[in-house]
Design a protein around this ligand. Structure first.
Ligand code: FES
Length: 147
């Protein structure tokens, strides 16, 4: 390989690395895996797990958290809804079972692009079915997800 070929090769490698770096950055998730307690029938998440303390000391509310209860094959995304209630969704795509990537206002499947609302309703193909939704209650400072 002569100098000219080497430089051309390096250029293509560098050009290829830029989109990968951007992709890695954009894929670096802001997913927060919440602490929780597993009971026989539920996963209990302290409400404080939704608090996100900023570097300046202020606290904001996380739009969602993720839990991985023991015995569950897929994680569960727990969203804060507009009316102050919560939705708990199995992060399993109803198309071909890939694990979903929760975003702030929707969920997306990395395999074929299906999208779901934070209520678990399918809103983009190829999936045709809604997500599994778990009953949620608020009990004594915890969100209880009945599994
Ligand atoms: S497995 Fe999710 S869109 Fe295909």
């Amino acid at each position: 390989m002569d100098r000219k070929d080497f430089i051309a090769s390096c250029g293509f490698v560098c050009l290829g690395a830029i989109p990968l770096g951007v992709l890695a950055t954009s894929c670096s998730s802001s997913v927060y895996y919440a602490q929780h307690t597993r009971t026989k029938e539920s996963a209990l998440i302290p409400l404080s797990e939704f608090n996100d303390v900023q570097p300046d000391g202020t606290t904001t509310q996380r739009p969602f958290v993720v839990v991985t209860p023991e015995g569950q094959r897929y994680p569960i995304g727990v969203y804060v809804l507009a009316n102050g209630t919560y939705s708990a969704l199995l992060l399993r795509c109803t198309h071909r079972s890939c694990e979903l990537q929760p975003q702030t206002t929707y969920l997306v499947c990395p395999c074929h692009g299906s999208e779901f609302t934070i209520h678990g309703k399918v809103q983009g193909p190829p999936a045709l079915s809604d997500l599994q939704v778990f009953p949620v209650t608020v009990e004594g400072g915890n969100i209880a997800i009945r599994l």
